[in-house]
Design a protein around this ligand. Structure first.
Ligand code: NAD
Length: 371
């Protein structure tokens, strides 16, 4: 904490009180934040949820809340509103933590970057899956070269959210009715963090629509991504098929592999690693639990986790993400997942829609650092 900010209490506001609840525990328990205000367009939902946030000031109009004197805002309203709300907040000098995906169109990505560049306030992309303990340990291992040169990774976001909205809700228009995999930051984000890489091309082929005649997008789609460092990433996206939530992910390097299913948000025996042992024949590569590597590779943020916070939302990943943002503000440094990194995770999904509409042709992914 920068010395002059040590006694500072950031006044936090949350827009969208469904997903927004994931951050209440952390903000209420942090000595550097005050849960000042919440906003939901639906007054009944606002009343129902207010106690979870410690009974702060209530707003049904997000502009009124932004004008109420808050220092930071969590944008957990529906996807099409992430960019418009973020831009208004940044232009008012309010720090923004945005839910996923960062944007719902390429045009919005450009507008967001311009707003971040002209603002003195900070923007963080809240990809909470990057903060899961297993994902963070594997990132440390990958960056230390434990897996050798990583040339392949695989991920999926297979989560049936078809019945979360009334027909005609935001998910239908901005997720279900679109081709490709526009909601893939939970699977792609951690992989790009392991690889320390960006996606440069995407080919995407979709299954077409089978499960619901009202829906026009793909039930399942597969994205093949090539990266700047020359790796291949395969991602399955599916938010519609009738089946349980599944988040298989794996990586393969010249020295071994890792695999997991992160959908339970728990670090468990399902996380396993197989590495070449220089003492053994090269073909003798067997799995060991990831927990064998915990002692050497658990990052500081996880070691410093407040007691009991691993029982909070998404196994502690959500509070860790928001606390990392708060610390970036207090220490006046760039947030760990800044706007460009957020777009590294988001833009390949938007490009997958273009590729799927062109029968799976490869499409280049723009890098918004240079736009
Ligand atoms: N990171 C994660 O793990 C995670 C999990 C769930 C959802 N999300 C993201 O969070 C966002 C919200 O998801 P959700 O599941 O809460 O959606 P939801 O549709 O269940 O709830 C959205 C809430 O926002 C309110 N709202 C709508 N328009 C508003 C406006 N103009 N101003 C204020 N409030 C408004 C609605 O009344 C509702 O209470 C989505 O963009 C989604 O992609 C992220």
């Amino acid at each position: 904490v920068v010395k002059e900010n040590f006694y500072m209490k950031l006044r936090a506001g949350v827009i969208g009180t469904n997903r927004g609840q994931a951050f209440a525990n952390a903000l209420l328990n942090c000595e550097h934040t005050e849960m000042a205000a919440i906003c939901d367009i639906n007054p009944e939902i606002l009343q129902k949820n207010k106690d979870i946030f410690g009974n702060p000031a209530l707003f049904t109009d997000y502009r009124r809340m932004l004008e109420s004197g808050i220092d930071m805002v969590i944008v957990a309203a529906p996807l099409p509103l992430h960019v418009p709300i973020s831009i208004e907040a940044l232009d008012m000098g309010i720090h923004v933590f945005s839910e996923v995906p960062a944007a719902s169109s390429l045009e919005q990505c450009g507008d967001l970057v311009q707003a971040v560049r002209r603002s003195k306030a900070k923007y963080m992309f809240g990809e909470n899956c990057c903060y899961m303990k297993n994902h963070m340990i594997v990132k440390e291992m990958a960056r230390a070269g434990v897996f050798g040169d990583i040339y392949y990774a695989e991920g999926e976001y297979v989560h049936n959210v078809r019945f979360r909205d009334e027909p005609g809700g935001w998910r239908e228009k901005f997720l279900f009715d679109r081709r490709g995999g526009t909601y893939q930051t939970h699977s792609l984000g951690p992989i790009l963090e392991w690889l320390d890489d960006i996606v440069v091309t995407v080919n995407c082929v979709g299954s077409g629509s089978h499960v619901d005649p009202r829906i026009h997008g793909d039930d399942s789609s597969v994205m093949l991504c090539t990266t700047a460092k020359g790796a291949l990433i395969s991602l399955r996206n599916d938010v519609l098929s009738p089946r349980p939530f599944s988040g298989y992910a794996s990586l393969q390097g010249t020295n071994g592999c890792y695999e997991t299913d992160w959908s339970t948000s728990k670090y468990s025996e399902m996380d396993r690693v197989a590495l070449v042992d220089p003492e053994k024949p090269k073909e003798d590569v067997t799995f060991r639990p990831l927990s064998d590597f915990e002692k050497d590779f658990t990052p500081k943020v996880w070691r410093d986790l407040p007691e009991g916070a691993d029982k909070w939302e998404h196994g502690g990943a959500d509070p860790l993400a928001i606390m990392d943002f708060v610390h970036a503000i207090l220490e006046d440094r760039e947030p760990p997942i800044d706007v460009y990194r957020g777009l590294d995770f988001t833009v390949p999904g938007l490009i997958s829609e273009i590729s799927a509409n062109q029968g799976g042709a490869p499409v280049a992914v723009p890098n918004f650092r240079y736009r």
